[in-house]
Design a protein around this ligand. Sequence first.
Ligand SMILES: Cc1cc2nc3c(=O)[nH]c(=O)nc-3n(C[C@H](O)[C@H](O)[C@H](O)COP(=O)(O)OP(=O)(O)OC[C@H]3O[C@@H](n4cnc5c(N)ncnc54)[C@H](O)[C@@H]3O)c2cc1C
Length: 408
Amino acid sequence: MSIDFAFPPEVEDIRLRVREFLDEEVRPAESESLWEGENRRNLIEVILKLRDKAQKKGLWLPHMPPEWGGMGLGPTALAAVSSECARTRLGSFILNCQAPDEGNMHTLLHFGTDEQKEKYLKPLCKGFQRSCFAMTEPEVAGSDPTLIQTLAVKDGDDWVINGHKWFISGARGANFAILIARTNPDAEIPQERNTAFIVDTNSEGWNVVRDVETMAGSHNHCEIRIENLRVPDSNILGRVGGGHELGQVRLGPARLAHCMRWIGQIEMALEMMIDRAQNRFSHGSLLSEKQGIQWLIADSGMELYAAKLMVLHAAFRIENKLDFKTEVSYAKHHVAQTLWKVCDRAVQVHGALGYSTDSPISGMLLQARWARFADGADEIHQMRIAQQLMRSYSETGSVRRATGDLPL
Ligand SMILES: Cc1cc2nc3c(=O)[nH]c(=O)nc-3n(C[C@H](O)[C@H](O)[C@H](O)COP(=O)(O)OP(=O)(O)OC[C@H]3O[C@@H](n4cnc5c(N)ncnc54)[C@H](O)[C@@H]3O)c2cc1C
């Protein structure tokens, strides 16, 4: 039998070292007040000190190869590290594997020229710079990037770009953006219309309008106006007309990286739910002794278990260079739904405390909501899964190929 659900000892060792570092160094340094007003200056100092400690312990850039200063973990080992990191607020930042930089590093590694890697990837890996990824526009459906209106027009050796983006995570403070713009409006294949550009955010014409206020507060998801921004030819990332392909290469593993972090959040929410249920007494017994509450706990456990298997299997397929798109769609849909449902149940079991900001679960619930539509809405993944199921049935007489291609 070749099925083995255990991590090799060296990966388990890394997971335990990450957990210990987060427990001993990161969690104690995180206090609510760090995020408030003037204290934010201290937050940066705290991050820098912790990053220094992480680097000294060799817990830095888990997703990058050693030649870029990273730990060289493959997607399955990364799942272990990322889900541990997500059990703290700062964990991913401290190990320098936070979104969107993590996805941008992969993209630059895959598509960047040597000069682009030296100028943009190197400082990201060293933790000296931050970046953002600018694709979504308020005027057209973000779910369909072939509709992008931001236009780049060739002018000598430069491109002149005009457009409007929003919800660009981490834009304030980012040194550069990977920007998706339309360069070939008349391309016969809609997927050939867009190109990726690397834009220095201090360029004239890159204007951060505002930090979009969300139901979970302000978290540096910015609206950007791009006005007559000049970008040299040498800042094209990949090929002209290759923006869609680049987005797909970036988004598959980046979606799964989100799922890995959400697993950590789901685990925390379920643990909080159980802890509350085991300590709250009502109508003659603890909440944990009531069947209605046990069902909430059991449903959450079943969904989390399936989420872990889906994430590990999709990661395994990426690692082994097998087609992974459908498996990532299954995982993205299921894990996002599970995150939302388990946080909601945890709020329910906590009652008024869960609704208050005295408990972190209220904030976790609000953050969980975007998981179901960002990086591919639930319905888009359902559409892709249904297409693959029907194709598999038509071509092979069975749905097996589109249900993980597992030996069952
Ligand atoms: C917290 C957060 C961070 C983000 N960070 C970034 C970022 O860094 N960079 C960036 O470029 N973007 C970012 N986004 C934007 C995100 O990628 C988009 O919200 C997402 O792609 C969906 O696009 P949209 O919001 O325009 O929704 P729309 O495309 O308008 O879709 C709205 C809804 O319509 C339905 N729908 C759409 N298409 C279909 C279909 N074909 N079939 C059935 N139903 C459909 C779905 O229910 C969907 O939720 C972020 C968003 C959030 C909330």
